[in-house]
Write a protein that binds this ligand. Structure first.
Ligand SMILES: [Zn+2]
Length: 481
């Protein structure tokens, strides 16, 4: 039988707030010495009371609206009870039945096919401490305990590893556009859990037994674990067996999943409303105020670049991948309007030369020395015939290194295209006088030698002669010999 995978993803995203979720400790713990960002609250001391981080709630509502979610008028926090050494209080403050948002979706583009993936809910909780195991000892670093963690739960609506990968990339892109999460997986800012089951292809029922894979700390781990799990379940079903419902871990080194425990149900966590926090009232005015902070999102930007500016799908895709790049491009296009420089030409320079140099020299867009308006200035020089396209590439490299204006570089280095007829004629006449053999050859009927003369002129002018004019003048001179 042929099977179709049914995949749902839970994505945990650390929020870029200044303080932790329920206390005033700094949430920016990266690189800090262990156990320096802590207080009685995030240490889980009895009697220490939590206070809700308003910014974290706003970030979650902002994200939920970017994912087209509904924002209910009331939300509450609940205690999720379980024991593990990285959980300081013996419970995690999370959201159970009244999350901050629900029923949204995002769109993914799978090789030209647009697919809608449902988002069941986006809620807010707190991160755990971090454990380090070496030999027989385990150490705990509490700095991460209580960092705001947003959980984005998809519907089980992905049916290939590729769809799960595209969904994850789209989430990350939007979170970065919103500035609510760094998306830095190497630092653990985004982590995944995958639910996977198989069903006969062509059927629509959801399987009752799902396997959950926890602790997938990178996109790569999520992709590999999902591929592995689909293959494992296919093998079991093909052999006539049944897939057990369980929670698994992912062993990166062995490239395989392993059983952690049989799957917990919600009741295993004995959820109950957090007694130390008030219920959250989410006024419509507050939602509207947060919504007004939404930037133009990647899909809208991509569509606009193609529809209004005539960019190719490739250029629109690479330019909108990161918000900073897209905004840089928009500013260059605005500046280009006054100079009659086309948006498409600017896109070629950005996705071509600029990206090439950024990659080659390992420079982020924020550190690029070329101001957006300097790009149309350079293109205007090409359009006016002052410099050739090839010379422009050299000028661009110089601009990238120094941040100088194109005009200044062209003047200082004498790179201006030679379009002066008299000057070019003098050069051509000298070349003709110096090369009697080629002249004789041309006169004997080897007309292809005309190109050789053009080449000599370009060489003599170090490529700066206006090529069209040189062709014309060389042809004239040779004919009049
Ligand atoms: Zn604290």
């Amino acid at each position: 039988m042929e099977y179709e995978p049914v995949i749902g993803l839970e994505v945990h995203a650390q929020l870029l707030t200044q303080s932790k979720m329920f206390c005033a400790c700094s949430a920016d713990y990266a690189g800090a010495p262990p156990n320096t960002h802590l207080c009685p609250t995030c240490l889980g001391m009895p009697g220490a009371l939590p206070v809700i981080n308003q910014r974290a709630v706003e970030f979650t509502i902002l994200t939920a609206r970017a994912f087209n979610c509904e924002i209910p008028e009331f939300a509450k926090f609940d205690r999720k009870n379980y024991h593990y050494p990285d959980l300081m209080k013996g419970y995690q403050i999370s959201q159970f039945d009244l999350p901050l948002s629900r029923n949204g979706f995002i769109l993914i583009d799978d090789a030209g096919t647009i697919k809608k993936i449902g988002i069941r809910r986006v809620h807010l909780e707190e991160d755990t401490a971090k454990l380090f195991h070496d030999g027989n000892a385990s150490r705990v670093d509490v700095n991460r305990s209580g960092v705001p963690l947003m959980e984005i739960v998809s519907e089980p609506e992905m049916h290939s590893v590729e769809e799960a990968r595209l969904y994850s990339l789209k989430l990350r892109q939007i979170l970065r556009y919103l500035g609510v999460c760094s998306g830095d997986m190497e630092k653990g800012a985004m982590r995944f859990e995958a639910n996977i089951s198989l069903r006969a292809r062509g059927t629509t029922e959801l399987s009752a037994t799902r396997v959950e894979i926890k602790n997938l700390n990178s996109l790569r781990a999520m992709v590999h674990a999902t591929e592995f799990e689909i293959a494992r379940q296919t093998k079991i079903l093909n052999a006539g067996g049944t897939v057990e419902q369980e929670t698994m871990g992912w062993d990166e080194a062995r490239n395989s999943t392993f059983t952690q425990r049989s799957k917990e149900e919600a009741h295993d966590y004995r959820y109950f409303p957090e007694p130390d926090l008030p219920r959250l009232e989410v006024s419509r005015a507050w939602v509207a105020e947060i919504e007004a902070r939404l930037p133009e999102l990647p899909d809208a930007k991509y569509d606009r670049l193609m529809r209004e500016l005539g960019l190719s799908s490739y250029d629109a895709g690479v330019i909108t991948a990161e918000r900073d790049v897209a905004e840089y491009y928009d500013r260059a296009v605005d500046a280009g309007k006054a100079r009659g420089v086309e948006a498409k030409t600017i896109a070629n320079w950005v996705s071509g030369e600029l990206f090439r140099l950024m990659k080659e020299r390992n420079v982020e867009i924020g550190a690029v020395k070329i101001a957006p308006a300097q790009i149309p200035d350079l293109i205007a020089l090409v359009n006016a015939g002052t410099i050739s396209n090839n010379i422009a590439k050299n000028v661009f490299e110089e601009m990238f290194a120094t941040g100088d204006d194109a005009k200044k570089i062209v003047q200082a280095k004498g790179l201006g295209q030679i379009s002066n007829r008299a000057a070019l004629v003098a050069i051509i006449e000298k070349i003709i006088a110096d090369n009697p053999t080629q002249v004789a050859g041309y006169r004997a009927g080897k007309t292809a030698l005309a190109q050789w003369f053009v080449g000599q002129v370009m060489k003599a002018t170090r490529g700066q002669a206006n090529p069209a004019l040189v062709n014309e003048l060389v042809a004239d001179k040779l004919k009049s010999l």
